[in-house]
Design a protein around this ligand. Sequence first.
Ligand SMILES: [Zn+2]
Ligand SMILES: [Zn+2]
Ligand SMILES: [Zn+2]
Ligand SMILES: [Zn+2]
Ligand SMILES: [Zn+2]
Ligand SMILES: [Zn+2]
Ligand SMILES: [Zn+2]
Length: 1771
Amino acid sequence: MALHPASEFNRPSLVQEWLSRYQKGYFVTLLKQHWREYVPIVFQSFDSHDDPAKEERLANKFLFKPLEYFLCNGDPESVFQQLKERDLPSQLCGHVFKNGEPTYSCRECATDPTCVLCMECFQTSVHKKHRYRMSTSGGGGYCDCGDSEAWKTGVFCGKHEPKTMEVEDDKNPMEMLPDDLTDRASALFMATLRYTVEMLTWEHSDHLPDSLQPEGELSNNYVCMLFNDEVHTYEQVINALQKSVNCSHKEAVDFATTVDREGRASVTSGNFKDCEKARNHIEKNTSRHGHKALKVQVMHITVVAHQQFALRMIQWLQTIIARSDGLRRLFCLLSMQQQENEQSLMEVLLLADTQLWKTARVQSHQLMMAGVLMDQECKKKFSIIFTKHYTNLMKAFCMDDHDHDVSIASLSVQIFTVISLARTLVAEHNLLSVIIQTFLQACEEKKNTKDGKLMFERNTSPTFKRACFSLHDLKYALICKPGPTEWTDQLRTSFLEGFSCFLELLKLIEGMDTVKRQIGQHLEFEPEWEGAFNLQLKLEDNIVLFLEWCGSDRQVLIESYNKAVEVFGSCKDIDRSKKFCYSVTNANVDCIRFDVGSEPISIHLPVTRILAGLHTYLGQHGLCFESPDCSLVRPDPVELIELPLRVQVMVAQSNANMWRRNGYALINQIFFYHNVKCRKEMYDRDIVMLQVGASMCPGNDFILHLLYKFGLINWVREEYDVPSGQEDSLRQTILLAEEFLNLLVVILSERYMQGVGEVTRADIVKREVIHQLCISPLAHSELAKALPEDTNHETGLEDVVKDVANFKKASMAKGPQGGKGKYELKPEFYSSYNPYFYHYTKGDKSKSEEAQVKRKKESNESQALPPPVPPKFTPQFAPIVNLLQSDVMIYLMELILGRAAATRSRSLSETQLERVLYLIGLALHEQRRAITDGVDSFDFLSKACGQTKDSTKVRKDGKCIQTLLDSIVNSHIVTHDSIRDLVTWTIKTLTEVRHMKNEPVSCEAIGSVTSPRDKQVEMARKKQAMAAEKRRQKIMAKMSQMQKNFIQENAELFDNTSTELFPRNGSDMDLSEVDNSTFPIALGMKRTSVGQTSSQLGTCILCQEEQEINFTNKPMVLTAFIQKSTVLSLSRGTAILHGEEHDPLWMRSDLNTGSHTSSCGHMMHADCWQGYFDAIVNRERRRPLRFRHNYSYDIEKNEFLCPLCECISNSVIPVLPAVFPTQNIAGDGSSYLHFRDWLDGIHKTVVNSVKEPDDVGKGEDSSIIYQPCPLTTITKLMAESVASKFQSLWSYVQDPSGSGGLSIEMKDMLKKFSLDAFSFGLDLRPNDDDVRVVIMVWNTCAFTIQSIEQILRDENKPLFGQMSSRQSDCLKSVVKVAASYSQVINPDLVKQHCIRLLSFLFPDCIKNKKTDLSILDVDMFHYVVAMVMALPSLHIDTSGINQNYSQLPSGGMNDQHTLHLLIGVHLLQILLLFDEENCGMEVDGDYEGEALLILYNKVHSLANIQNETPPLPWQLSVHVRKAMMPFLRCTALLFHYLTGVPGPSELSESRADTRDDFDLLCKYLGLNSHMSRLLDNQGELMDNLITRWCKNTSVKDKMSASYQPHVQYPIRINKLIPLPEDYSELINKVSTFTCPKSEGEDSRAPTMCLVCGQMLCSQSYCCQTEFDGVTVGAATEHAFKCGAGSGIFLRVRECQILLLAGRTKGCFVPPPYVDAYGETDQGLRRGNPLHLCEESYAHLQKLWMSHAIPETIAHNLESNSTLLTIDWQHL
Ligand SMILES: [Zn+2]
Ligand SMILES: [Zn+2]
Ligand SMILES: [Zn+2]
Ligand SMILES: [Zn+2]
Ligand SMILES: [Zn+2]
Ligand SMILES: [Zn+2]
Ligand SMILES: [Zn+2]
C-alpha cells in the first residue's frame, strides 16, 4: 500500500490542484484520492478514545482545513466573517436543547404545549409573569422564541425582539453569495454529502467502494464491532463480553457504556480469524434465554475509518452551513435535489435511518435540524418529502428496536406542529389520511378473524406499541385547526377524506371486546381489556380535535355528520325484526328485543359516540334535521340510543351485583369508562346520545324503552307490590329501579356540555370544581387531578377556581407534607350542589351527601338537598324536558309516591322515593321557568295536581302527586331527616309554583309547609330516635369497655411510651431537697450538695415488669444507635478518619470524624433484650441467604428495631443507678489544694511515668513507655502539707451500694456497649483486647454532648430543660457509662491513657517528641471528657484491696483543677486564632479587655506571629466571652449529668437576653469569669507550659497567611448547603453538568450532596466504583467519603431528596421545593414553578444535624415495602 507519508502533505498545492480542476469534473475523483490516502492515516486508530485530541488535530489538518480553503479560496475565517455580515439578523432563537435542560411553556400564550422557550429567552420574556409550566427536555427540539406561529402573544423575548419592523421575508439568502463561491460550494457539498451518505449506509464490512479501496491487498486488520439493541440488558452485555473477549469487568462496563451511548463499539481487534472467533462467542453468549443474539460484525479497519470520517463530516457540514444563511440554503436545496435514481440524498438518508447505528442517526438528525429545519423555505420542501415517505418511515420504525427519540420518525413533532406547514400538508398532501392509513395498516394484524374488529392479546406486541406513535403524529397534525374563515375547498376535501379514514379506524373498535354476563360459574380467565382502553386513551385527543375541526365549518359538519351516520348504520348489529311490544298506562311502543343480562355487550362505541359529539355542534350552525336547507340524514332515534342504553343497563346491573361472576376485567372496564381520563369520550358521550334520543322521541316512548331495557316491566305494574311467589329477584329489582330513576335524573339534569345546555366552558369547569369541593376541601394538585384535561393538558382550573373557592394556606411547621394549602368552596356555591352529579363515584356521592347534610345540620338549616336550578337546554335539546310531563313519567311518580304512602310496600326503597322527589323537583324548576318565560306547552303542574280532564289518566284512588306528597310527610318509610326535609321542600316549592300560576293557594299555605311535622308524629319519631340513640350508646359503651380492657391489658405498654423514668426537669434529684435560694454549683469546694436520690423506677417494654433501678436488681438497658459521623466536621472535603491505625485519644479540633450515639429512650431488661435480639438473629439465620438483606435493618451489622417504636438500633446502653458522691468537700477549706500545687503534682506524676528509650535519636513515639508511677513516689517529692492534700484526692469514697458494686450482668452490658462504640465508631471488627475501646466510649460521650449542644444552640433553646426526653435519657446514660467503664477494665490501661493524655500538655516530659500536635490541633472538650473520666484512676491502688471504691468523677477538686487547666488551654486557642472580622458591635462594660490584650500580645509574641494591628480591648473581651460559650455549655452538660447538680434556673428557660449566660455558666462550673486570671500568676510551671505550647512550630505554621485555618471559635454550626430560591436554577445548573468519568457525556441522574454541594453522576454505570469489594453507585460512594456512610442528596431531575445509610439502604423524602399551592412535585410531573420552602429545608437540616438519617430510612422502609426492592447501593 503506497501511502503518502504525512510529511509530504502540502495543503496549498493540494488546494491549488483542486481549485484548478474542479470545474472540469475531476473534483470528486481528486477528493476521493486524497481521502483514500489520508482517512486511514487519521482514523487508523479505530478506537478514538485513545487520544481524541490527536485524532481531532490530524483530521483538521489533513481533511477539513483543505476543504475549507478550497471552499473559500482564501483564509476561511475572514471569508466566513464577511458572509455572516450579510445575513439578516435572525429572529428565531433556535437554541437546540440538550437532554435535561429546562424548558418553559406558557400556559396562556403557547399555541400548544410543544411550544417551548429556553431558559435564557424565558427570563427576558413576558411569559415569566404568566402562568407557565416548567419541564426538562429529553434532548433534541429547539427554542421557539421568535416563531409567530408558536405564540399567541409575546412572540419575542427581550433578546430576539426585532430591531426594525421591515423584514424582507422572501429575500433569497443565496443571492448574497458570490458566484464563484456558490460554484465551489455546490461542488463541495455534493461531493461530501454523497460520500457521507454512501459511507454511512455502506453495508460491506470487508471492502470499500472502488474509488476508495486502497491499492493492493488489504491488510489483515479487523475489529469486532458490537451493536446496540434495546433487548439485552447492561448486565447481559457485560457478562457476555467478559466471557467472550476476555476483558476485565471494568473494560466490559466501558464497552457496554459506549455501545449504549453510541450504538456500537469495537470490542476487540486483530486478524480476521480472531475477530470471527470473538463474534461467534458473543453471539453464542447472548442468544440464550430465547433472546435474539446481539448484533456483531467483523469489519475491516479501513471501513471503520471511513465511517468515522463520514460521521465527522456531518458535524463539519453543520458548522459550515451555520456560517451563512446562503450556504445553508444552498446546501439544503442540493441535499433535496433529485439524483440519478430519482431520490435526493436527503431521502436516501431518511430511508436508511433504521440501518444506521445510534450516533450516525443522531448526527444525521442533527444535520437536518441545523439544515433543512432552520431554513423556512427548505423546511416546507423537506416536510413534503417527509410526508411522502411517512408510511415507509413508520414501518421501518416499527420493525426497529431503537427508542423513538433516536428515530427519524421523531422529527414529526418538528414539522407537524408548525401550523402553516401542517395546514399545507393536510390540504395538499393528504397528511391526515397518510397518517391514519399508516396506522390502519398496523392494525391489520390485530383484526379479529370473526368479526373484523380489533382484538389485543395480553402483552401487546412492541411493533403495535410503536405503531401507536402515529396517533401522536395525528394529534400534532390536527393542532392546526383552521378558523371559520380559513377553510378552502381543497382543505375540506382532504380533511373529509382523513375523517373517513378515522371513522374506518373507529369502526374497528366499535363493538370490540364484548362481554357476556356469567351465570353459575365464575369466569375462568380474565379477558384482556387493557389494550382497547390504551388505544382509547391515545385516541381521545384526536377525537376531540376531529370534532372541533368538523364543528368549525358548516359544510364540513354536514358532510362529516352524514358520513358518521353512514358508518354508524354500517357497523351496528341491531336486529330491528326482533320486536317487543310493550305498554304502560295507555302508552305503548315497539322495543328492540335485547336482553342485557344474557347477550354480549361491548363498552366500546366510538362511532356512536363521535356521532353524539357531532350532534352537539349542529345547533351552533343553526342546523337541525327538519330545516329544508340542510341535507342531514336523519338517523332513527331508537337505534341511536340502543347501544349506549345497553351499556347503561349493564353498569346498572353490575351495581346491582348481577355481574359479580365476571371478575375484575369487567369491574376495571366500568371503572375506566367513568374515570376522568376516559369518560369525556365514553360515558359523557353516551349520556349525550341518550339525550339526543330523548329530544327526538316522544317522552312516553323514551321512558318505555328505558323501562324495557332495565327489565322493570313487572315492577312498574301496580300489582307488583302484592306479594307473590318470586321473591328472590326482588332485591335486584329494587336496586335496578333505583338505577333507572338515577339515569332519568342524569338525562334530565346534566346539561353542562356545550351544545346541550346554555353553558360556557368556564361554567362547566366551575361546576366540576364545586362538586369536588362539596366532598371536602382539596389541595391544588388533588383538585386538578379530578378534572378532565383538554388536548393541551389544561383543566381550566386556574381560570375559574378563584370565583368559587378560597385558598387557605397551611403552616409549614409540620414539615414538607404539612404545607399543602387547600381550596374551600365559597358558601354561596353550596346551593349548586347536585348529589346526582354524574361524575361522582358511589363513594363520592355518599361522602359529599354526608358532608353537605352535616354542614346544613350544623347551621340549623333544612337538611334537604334539593336539585339546583339547571341551566336551560339549547333549543335542539329543549324537548327533553317534555319527559317530565309525559304520562308515563307522571304515572311513575304517582306509583312510587303511592307506594310510599301505603302502609306497607315490598318493592319500594327510600332511595327510589328520594329520586322521584328529585325528579319532581326538577319538574317544578322547569315549570317555574316555563311560567316565567310564558311557555304554555309545559304543564307539569296541572298533571301533578290531578287537574286533568282525561279520565283514563286519573288514578284509581283519585289521588294525584300533590295529595300523595301531603300524605307521605309523616310516613314511617322516611327514616332520614334529609329526605323528610326534601319532602317538605317539594311541597313548599309546589305550593310556590302554584302561587306563581295564580292558583288559589293562600300565602299562609306557603308558610304552613315550613313547619310541617305533625307534633304527634314528631314525638313518635323523636322517641324512635331516642331509642336508636340509646341502642347506639349501649353499643358504644360496650365497645369502649372492650377498648379499656385492651388498654388495661397493655397498660404498661401505653404508660411507657412516654419514658417517665427520668423527671422532665432535667435533673435526677428530688426537687424538694434543693435549696432554691442558692445558686447551683457543680464543681469544686463550693459544690452544691446533692441529696440522696429518690429511687427511680423503670419498666421493661418487653416483659412489662416494673422495678427500681439499683445495683442489685436486674440490669436494664436503653436501645441505642451508634454511628460514625461527619456532621460536625469543620474541614469537609478532607479524608475522613479510618479505623485501623487511628489514635482516637486526641480528637482533632476540626471534629472531622466522630462517633454519635442516639436512643429512642425505650428501656428493657438486659436479659429480655438479649432474648429478643437472639430471636431475631435466629429467625434471620433460618432465612435463605438471598432474602436476608431485604430488611430495614441489617442483622450482620447488629441492627434491630426497637420492639416498641421500631426505631433502628444497633446497641444498648446500660442504665446505671443515679449515684452521686456524698463526700463533703465543701468543709472548712482546710483540705483545699491550690491549683499550682495540684498542677505540680500532676506534672511530677507524668514526668516520672514516661520512660523513653535510652538511645536518643532512634526513639520512636511508639516505643515510649507509659509506666504509671506510684503515688508515694510523687508525694515524696512534695512539701508535706501539700503531699497529704494531694494524696487525699485519690482517697476514694466507699461505693454507696455497699459491697456488690456492678453486677456481672451489668459489667457485661457495659462491655457490650463499649465494644459497639468502638467497632461502629471506628468501622472495625469488635476486638475486646483493643486498648482503644475505652477511649471510644469517652469519645462518643463527648461527641454526642457536642452534637446536642449544637442542636440546642441552633434552635435557640435553653441549655437545660428543653431537651427532648430522648436526648436527655440518652445523654444521662451515656455520661454515666463513660464514667463507669473504667471500673470494668484493667485500671493500668486507664492509667496509661491518662498519662499519655497528660503528656500532651507537658511537652517537657518527652524529650524526643516526634508528634507535632500543637494545642491548636486538639478539641478541648473531648480532652476534658477523657481527662475527667481517666484522672480518678491515675493513682488508684490496683493491689485489689480497694476494689469497691468508686472511681467515678465527682465534681471534686481534681475535676475543678482539670477544668481550670484545660479551659486555660482553650483560652489560648481562642486568643491565637482571634480574627478581627469575627467581632461584633462594641458593647458597654469592658469586662477584662486590658488583661486579655496583655495575654494576647504575650502569646502572639511567644508564637512568633507578627500582628500589625492588635485588637482593641473591648473586642477581645467580647470575643472571648462569645468564643468560649460552646465549650462552657458542653462542659456544663457533662458535669450536670455527672454530679446531678441541677442547672441554674436562668438557663432552663428561653430568654431574650442571653448576654449573662457566660457568667451564669462560669458560676455553675465554679470558675472565675475573668478568663485571664486562669493563666495569670499561676506559678512558674504554668508560665513554662504556656511558653512551650505557644512556641510549638506547628502553631506558627497554622497561623501563617498561606494556611487557611478550618477552625474558628466559637465553633460554628454546620448547615446544609444553601439552595437557590428558584428551582429552575438548579435544573439549569445540572443541564450543564456532565459525567465526570466519561468526558462530556450527559449524566442521567445528576445528584447533589446537600452536605458539601458536590454534584454526582448517580444511578449510572459510568460512575460505579468498587468499594469494600462491592460495586456501588456514585452517591453511595460519596456518602461514605463525605458522610461516613450517611448521605442526604437532592436528585435534581426527579426533584426529590435521597437519603442513604449503611450502603444498602435508602429512601426518598419530599424535596424542600413547593409550588404556589404549597405542594411538592416529586418527579416534576406537574411542572408548576417551584420555590424553596425555608421551613421544610430547615426540617431537613434538623434531620441531618440530629443524626436521624438511618432512623428515617428504617421507618420509611418499614412502612413502604416497595422501597425495599430499590437497589440503593447502585444509586
Ligand atoms: Zn431561546
Ligand atoms: Zn429569545
Ligand atoms: Zn404567556
Ligand atoms: Zn423485661
Ligand atoms: Zn423505641
Ligand atoms: Zn457518570
Ligand atoms: Zn458531600
